[in-house]
Design a protein. Sequence first.
Length: 266
Amino acid sequence: MNPFNGRVAVITGGAGGIGFGMAEAFAARGAKIALADLDEPGMAARAETLRGRGVEVLCVRTDVTDRKSVDALADAVWSRFGAAHLVCNNAGIAIAGPLLQMTPDDWRLTMDIDFWGVVHGTYAFVPRMIEQKQGGHLLNTASMAGLVGMSWLGTYCAAKFAVVGFTESLRRELEPHGIGVSVLCPMIVATDITANSLRMRGQEVPKSETPAQPPSAAMKGGVIAVEDVTKRVVAAIENKDFYILTHPEQREFLRRRAARLEEACP
């Protein structure tokens, strides 16, 4: 079965960045789109872009930290389309800084959005997807920071490692139901995540200065375009791949991690 044509795709964090990139890629292959985000003006503008291409689009203001809000998103999707087939738990933020300088609020916000947002999306949609017996695919956005620990990104790593582990377990449990599962683990992508993360913390985005970034050693690798990520996502869904990696530099990082684990075995 074509995983996109005539199917319904739901994307949190859909008002921009990787989320909207996925929406465009899925829509170009015939999917109906449900965008979920807190950024209502941005989401509305993106929806008009898609509608101008003849795509059927639903926009739902959604707070992924609130289970009731995500349940309401699922209700709206089933009310409008009668089904959901491709669910992308993609909303996320990244707070950078030394671990010992992270506040309890930094920890709570990061975990609430990056981890609990994935859990809420899974619980809101997957039981209904199982019940409808039409297969489908679940994609959870993690990060390379969910596979390798990095300095200055400790809170982000903790949340994304949790997403990877959760998704690995979920893959095993959903396989008998014919629902594919993938975890997206990109390195640096050209998005507005830094500015959006500052806004989520109630901080002003600097106009003349670049917001604080991790030291270069923390996140080595090139910056790629959203379109490069979405090509990998589409291919992974079509091939039912689990891990979605995006940068050639990832191979060496992961090789060294695997070697350390192997060396630690008695």
